[in-house]
Design a protein around this ligand. Structure first.
Ligand SMILES: *Cc1c(COP(=O)(O)O)cnc(C)c1O
Length: 441
């Protein structure tokens, strides 16, 4: 006999279950106190309450059927239209909501594949040009869809190398990708130059604004320099922007926008032979959670432009104070020129991973990066309240690592370092698969 969990014979009481759920959170990352720098986008308890209630009102409704639930159809159309307007799209820009940035990117890649099949039938093996800093969702999409990704390097400023993109174009190229900003260093690729290149060669140009779509417009309005990255740039043909990141919606909400309806049509899927009836879906999923759509709509209407601007200001104020703090900790260096509250830093002594270990012990979850080795941060509005605590701990951890070099050369930090630089990436890939296999048993 094992004690594998089974559905219990009799149901458990609501109060007990809710208490169990609350108790189970005890060992989770403490995002409410600013300890995580990705995964959660924390605004306030009041905003959380609005989003939760909006989600709850549409818990059962299914966005699969626009006929049965015209209210969801209206909300989705409005979320897409509001996002398009924010990103300088005109009346011809159309789109869909998806479950997240990964699905938005998957759908964009699918749309370009179909578009190429229809308009460039001579291309047997379509290629996509993207910088090495582009999100892994593009790799996943290429893997699923049978596309070939051609990687171009980033420059010393961590932005895509436009000359390399030009050189990488072949007769098989269908699409160029740029990020606004990219996740690793938080810098915006030269979207204008990449889009001009794409337009000149008759290629698609996708801007991954999953991270920045709902933040850069307000950061620019605050007076920070933000180069054009959206539909204001001629040649940009599609944009992904996540409402569940800096749109402050519930998880499960992103948008994929196209310059025109003709391109979007290549994203749709239809099947006509099923005994269950005619079947068509705009995106990957079948059932689509009504709650995620309603929560996205409520978050955008609830915050308004004023709300988003104020939240962006909190983020940028937190960033200013963190950057000022970095400047007083010898050896800490920011990568490139980050556009918003997403950035990475390194340590002159190569102590990044050891610093991350020491910060872990104090509850701060800093993501580890490779090529180059760095630590990643993604600020939410609520981080402004924890800047001093963070900087004090970072200062202490840097001092600790510098005083005890064994922290860099031994233990978990050294293991991370070895993974980052191991030449046999197949071994590292197997390690990741083993991890996945073990973690959900
Ligand atoms: C988060 C992110 C994605 C993927 O979005 P998910 O919602 O995690 O699927 C894609 N691109 C960038 C730049 C991102 O930051």
């Amino acid at each position: 006999m094992t004690d594998r969990p089974m559905i219990p014979e009799r149901g458990t009481g609501k109060d007990q279950l809710l208490a169990e759920l609350a108790a189970m959170k005890a060992n989770d990352a403490d995002w409410r106190h600013g300890r995580t720098f990705s995964l959660v986008y924390n605004v306030s308890e009041e905003h959380e309450d609005l989003v939760k209630r909006a989600y709850g009102l549409y818990l059962a409704e299914n966005g699969l059927s626009p006929i049965a639930f015209p209210s969801l159809r209206k909300m989705e159309t409005e979320v897409v239209a509001m996002t398009a307007a924010m990103l300088h799209g005109d009346e011809s820009v159309v789109g869909s909501m998806t479950s997240g940035g990964t699905e938005s990117i998957l759908m964009a890649m699918k749309a370009y594949r179909e578009w190429a099949r229809a308009t460039k039938p001579q291309i047997a093996n379509p290629e996509v040009i993207l910088p090495v800093s582009a999100h892994p969702a593009f790799e996943k999409a290429a893997h699923y869809l049978g596309l070939t990704n051609v990687h171009i390097p980033v420059g010393d400023d961590f932005r895509a190398d436009v000359a390399a993109a030009r050189d990488a174009i072949t007769l098989n190229t269908i699409l160029i990708v740029g990020s606004a900003p990219g996740y690793p260093a938080g810098v915006i690729d030269p979207i204008g130059d990449l889009a001009a290149l794409a337009a000149e060669r008759g290629l698609g140009m996708h801007v991954d604004a999953c991270l920045g779509g709902f933040c850069l417009p307000w950061v620019r309005q605050l007076g920070y320099p933000v180069a054009d990255f959206d539909f204001a740039v001629p040649g940009v043909t599609s944009i992904s922007a996540d409402v569940h990141k800096y749109g402050y919606a519930a998880k499960g909400a992103s948008t994929i926008l196209y310059r025109d309806a003709e391109l979007r049509r290549h994203m749709f899927y239809a099947y006509t032979e099923w005994p269950g009836g005619l079947y068509g879906t705009p995106t990957m999923t079948g059932a689509r959670p009504g709650g995620a759509i309603a929560a996205a709509w409520a978050a955008m209407r609830g915050l308004g432009r004023e709300g988003y601007l104020a939240l962006a200001k909190r983020i940028m104020d937190a960033r200013e104070r963190i950057f000022e703090g970095f400047a007083t900790i010898p050896g800490i260096e920011i990568l490139g020129t980050p556009a918003m509250g997403v950035f990475a830093f390194r340590h002159a002594g190569g102590g990044e991973f050891a610093i991350a270990e020491a910060m872990d012990e104090r509850g701060w979850k800093l993501d580890r990066q490779q090529n180059p080795t760095a630590l990643h941060m993604m600020l939410s509005p609520a981080h402004l309240d924890f800047v001093d605590e963070f900087l004090a701990d970072l200062r202490a951890c840097v001092a600790l690592v510098e005083a005890e070099p064994a922290r860099v050369t031994d233990g978990a930090a050294a293991m991370y370092g070895a993974m980052a630089t191991m030449p046999d990436r197949g071994v590292v890939g197997d390690f990741v698969l083993d991890f996945l296999d073990g973690v959900w048993r």
